[in-house]
Design a binder for this molecule. Structure first.
Ligand code: ADP
Ligand code: MG
Length: 642
């Protein structure tokens, strides 16, 4: 049935209002295709000069401030719209909207008058070029996504754009459906109701979908849109505009545009760009510096912190929440199984917080919200093209999942072949006194050392109050849900600090990879076990040596000199093993190391006893983030559970 002939791939394209991108799905799962400069997002921006196309994508976007009336942005808003409808859209851009053939909206800039689908065609052709370069073959067929609310005229205009770009649309897929497909929804056994919350640059859309799994007939999962709501004039751009306004007001330039005689369109655009990069920085940082020169002696230089941005963003976020409530009501207030986040603006912490609060469900964030629609379009393309990756879509975890511990060994939490859904928890602690952050590196594979496994994600548990090594209780929890999405949560019990990350472990992995990794784990089993053992020994021994050494310094005077000598000697011996693990691990005799450590434990009992009355000093300088140590294994991590 399946032929070995390499088929022409069916690519997936997210033709977005502000950004567009292309993805492809093969046996390793969906992946975004990069442009010639390694970029993944193509700004949906074109420039015309003297009536001819003169720039596409990032070049057009970057110099939009320089050529304000020649640059066409957000053409998707006008796609398939009549002039009358389009005229009512207040764009805030400098290009013109004019009446085209058949009463359709046309766009005018740089001496050219074009239909929105012609602009779409330019974008599609560029992405097609990226795909052909990356895949090394010609590409003609594509799945293209459209907003769920697009009417027939808007859908037809999208098809026209593809035709103009020399492409065949194999299927138009609603953006929320694509997002759900990217997460593999529709794989679980029972129907699910999901919300797709898409907060982009210029538009907000929310959809309530019902997903019915494939019944085995090979038709694939069925997606039914129960309700949609949204606002075509609500997006991240609004937040940028409000940030600009605020900065301008502060600079004494008033709020009304007429009160800004000195501000050229270019300066206005530059300010908006600055506002956007500040906003983006504040998604990860608590504060960001603004320094922008608007010409005519107007310069704005200060710092903005996240709470100030959130104050500006809140009314817009609240509007999205109200629209969500409406959509839920329209759908008959169903029980919700999942919430999927789409669109660059969902990176803002305030958005994630409010969405989680409103729906009472932790949203899916495993896939990049900018990329998820294109990834889903590629999945749809693969399904239509008959590319299957069943082996990894089984209801088991194909490779073990764990985290890296101090020294580079892996603590496996979920074992290979565990059936999903699956959950595991383990306690970890710190290895350095006053460690204020724990570095969590999530890995996948059968080998014992993190360096030999596949890296899935990294995050940090921060703001831990300074405590002696081994005292913090860091609980790490792995959950793989029915769709194969992994959520890793870390929380420190005493301080209540938490952090989490989500990933889709099966993406980027083929059955061949799984087989190979399994084989390698067998070939290296002995050496891996030994290395894991000596690394764990070294980490635990280092903690003991430090603790015993410190305690000994404090109580030395009170101990029998013979005991002090014996402890010093054993400390020296164990330290020798620890440094050997660092410099020449292959020459370490694990059993001898183990024995030395046991011996140290035994001879240092009087030190422990004498130190019990002493309080622990905990005022040294706090170090930065370090990987955690396992709390349960060996029980050698000094800890006090009082
Ligand atoms: P669209 O679907 O409308 O093309 P996108 O999904 O590409 O939009 O989202 C673009 C919007 O996301 C822009 O307003 C951009 O400023 C915003 N954005 C992108 N990255 C971030 C980030 N890290 N934090 C906050 N906003 C972001
Ligand atoms: Mg989008």
């Amino acid at each position: 049935m399946e032929s070995d002939e390499p088929r022409e791939p069916i690519i997936g394209i997210d033709l977005g209002t502000t950004h567009s991108l292309v993805a492809v799905c093969d046996a390793a799962g969906p992946r975004v295709i990069e442009g010639p400069l390694g970029e993944r997002l193509l700004p949906s921006v074109v420039r015309y000069s003297d009536g001819r196309l003169s720039a596409v994508g990032s070049e057009a976007r970057r110099r939009a401030a320089e050529f304000p009336s020649e640059t066409i942005l957000s053409a998707k808003r006008y796609m398939g719209r009549s002039y009358a409808e389009a005229h009512a859209l207040e764009s805030g851009f400098e290009f013109g909207v004019v009446e085209g053939p058949r009463g359709l909206a046309a766009l005018r800039g740089g001496g050219a008058t074009v239909l929105p689908q012609e602009v779409g065609a330019v974008i599609l052709a560029e992405l097609r070029g990226w795909a052909e370069r990356a895949l090394g073959k010609s590409v003609r067929q594509a799945v293209i996504t459209v907003p769920a609310y697009f009417d027939d005229g808007q859908r037809q205009a999208t098809r026209d754009a593809a035709r103009l770009a020399g492409m065949e649309v194999v299927r138009l897929v609603p953006e929320p459906t694509a997002a759900a497909l990217a997460y593999g929804l529709g794989r679980s056994v029972k129907p699910e109701t999901i919300v797709v919350y898409d907060f982009g640059g210029g538009t907000f859309d929310v959809s309530v979908l019902e997903v019915t799994p494939d019944d085995g007939s090979g038709m694939g999962a069925m997606f039914r849109v129960l309700a949609t709501s949204g606002d075509t004039q609500l997006g991240g751009d609004d937040i940028d505009r409000m940030v600009s306004e605020r900065l301008l007001r502060e600079a004494g330039l008033g709020a009304a545009s007429s009160a800004r005689p000195g501000l050229s369109p270019a300066a206005r655009q530059a300010l908006r760009d600055f506002a956007e990069s500040t906003k983006i920085a504040l998604s990860v940082q608590e504060s960001a510096a603004v320094d922008v020169n608007l010409g005519n002696g107007v310069r704005i230089a200060r710092s903005v912190d996240r709470s100030e941005l959130e104050e500006v963003a809140r009314p817009f976020v609240d509007r999205t929440i109200a629209l969500c409530q409406r959509a839920l009501q329209d759908a008959g207030n169903p029980h919700l199984d999942r919430v999927v986040l789409v669109g660059g603006s969902t990176r803002m912490p305030i958005v994630r917080r409010e969405v989680a609060r409103m729906f009472g469900v932790e949203p899916y964030t495993a896939l990049d919200p900018d990329l998820v629609v294109a990834l889903g379009a590629a999945v749809q393309g693969a399904l239509l093209g008959g590319i299957r990756r069943d082996a990894l879509l089984l209801d088991v975890i194909p490779l073990s999942l764990g985290i890296e511990t101090v020294g580079g060994a892996v603590a496996k939490l979920l074992m290979r072949n565990s059936s999903i859904p699956a959950q595991a928890r383990e306690m970890f602690s710190t290895s350095v006194d006053n460690q204020t952050a724990v570095r969590l590196h999530v890995v996948q594979g059968e080998r014992e050392m993190a360096a030999d496994c596949r890296s899935l994600a990294r995050f940090e548990l921060r703001n831990l109050p300074p405590m002696p090594a081994g005292i913090p209780q860091v609980e790490v929890e792995f959950t793989v849900d029915a769709n194969g999405v992994l959520q890793v949560r870390a929380g420190e019990r005493r301080s209540g600090q938490r952090a989490s990350v989500q990933v889709v472990p099966s993406y980027g992995l083929t059955t061949e990879d799984v087989d190979r990794m399994e084989r390698e784990s067998l070939t290296h089993a002995r050496e891996d076990m030994r290395r894991h053992r000596i690394v764990d020994l070294a980490v635990n021994a280092a903690l003991d040596v430090k603790w015993i050494g410190d305690a000994l310094d404090r109580v030395r005077e009170r101990l029998d000199p013979a005991v002090v000598d014996a402890v010093d000697q054993e400390l020296h011996r164990v330290r020798g093993f620890i440094s050997l693990v660092k410099t020449a691990p292959e020459s370490v005799d694990a059993n001898a190391f183990h024995q030395a450590k046991e011996f140290l434990d035994r001879v240092s009992v009087p030190v422990h006893e004498a130190a019990i009355a002493e309080s622990l000093r905990a005022d040294q300088r706090a170090p930065h983030a370090v990987e955690p140590v396992r709390s349960k294994s060996g029980g050698h991590t000094p800890r006090s559970d009082s």
